[in-house]
Design a protein around this ligand. Structure first.
Ligand code: PMP
Length: 306
């Protein structure tokens, strides 16, 4: 699906026309993957557009930049306001939001420290990442032949643009083999996460998700779903998982800002089955939450028009 064009993109403090949001070919991050970024969603609520956990996403952006020794030349408050302003400027309600901090034009070579730091925020309407059918009926996953990063090779706690080569290799391999999504294992052989989503299974009624030490990003949806599941009365724990834990799971699902909450119906052709009751309950609460229909989680929504 081609990107759906809107009017404006925020670039270094200004709203520029979509078609003018360009960078020089010698932009450092284009060559060395030296940027950090976020993926955020805004949803339609009764009070208009609201950005889901915006402040938490901006904090993670600053954490990612800290890991890469990048000084973002704006405060968190400025970027939070800039996200809201960009959504407003494009008259959007529900949309995807992509802030990126990248090293720009001016220096080349593998020392990034002298490079100028640029910031941009793009927004566009983006439907379900793994498809409506995936959300309803679940997706078919394949364990990738590509491993998740070793944390001493690439910092997995940071959403660095360069590390997504790994996710892309795994995604293409899975799609070419006829699956919807890949699951990557850590160098130690434990289940890590999907290409852009965290993963949960249900085993003996308990909900388990791999820890960051297995190479998973600390997902904001993972955190929201953990809170929702506990509030629904389920036990949730972080646990190292083996691939056979996936094959034999009672239920499984993946979570991410773009993908939202998506059931997993099979892994390597071992059928887990139709989306189960725990997955459904969490999914239903998550979708009601992002629409502002659940009072106890209303503080996760940051309204654009206030
Ligand atoms: N893992 C990876 C590798 C991701 O790129 C993402 C998306 N940011 C996630 C997990 C899910 O994180 P979140 O729920 O914060 O979007």
């Amino acid at each position: 699906m081609p990107l759906q064009k809107v009017d404006h993109i925020w670039m270094d403090g200004e709203l520029v026309a979509w078609d003018d949001a360009k960078v020089h070919i010698l932009t450092h991050s284009l060559h060395y993957g030296s940027g950090v970024f976020e993926g955020i969603r805004a949803y339609t609520t009764a009070q208009g557009a609201a950005v889901f956990r915006l402040t938490d996403h901006i904090h993670r952006l600053f954490d990612s930049a800290k890991v890469y020794l990048i000084d973002i030349p704006y405060t968190r408050e400025v970027l939070i306001e800039a996200v809201k302003a960009t959504v407003r400027a494009n008259n959007l309600d529900a949309c995807y939001i992509r802030p990126i901090v990248y090293l720009g034009y001016g220096e080349m070579g593998l020392n990034p420290l002298p490079c100028p730091v640029n910031v941009s925020i793009a927004v566009w309407p983006w439907g379900t990442y793994l498809g409506e059918k995936g959300i309803r009926e679940g997706v078919r996953c394949k364990i990738s032949s590509w491993q998740r990063h070793d944390p001493n090779a690439v910092p997995i706690a940071a959403k660095g643009t360069g590390m997504y080569g790994n996710s892309s290799m795994a995604k293409v391999e899975a799609l070419n083999a006829g699956y919807d999504e890949a699951i990557l294992l850590s160098p130690q052989g434990y289940v890590s996460e999907c290409t852009g989503e965290n993963l949960f299974i249900v085993k003996k009624g308990r909900i388990l998700t791999p820890p960051t030490s297995a190479g998973a990003l600390e997902g904001i949806t993972q955190d929201s779903v953990t809170t929702i599941a506990r509030d629904l009365g389920y036990e949730v724990a972080e646990s190292n998982l083996l691939r056979t834990d996936l094959y034999l799971a009672e239920e499984a699902f993946l979570t991410g800002t773009a993908a939202e909450v998506v059931p997993i119906r099979s892994v390597d052709d071992r059928v887990i089955g139709e989306p189960g009751p725990i997955t459904r309950a969490i999914q239903d609460t998550y979708f009601a939450t992002v629409r502002g229909e659940v009072d106890r989680y209303k503080n996760w929504l940051e309204h654009v028009n206030v």
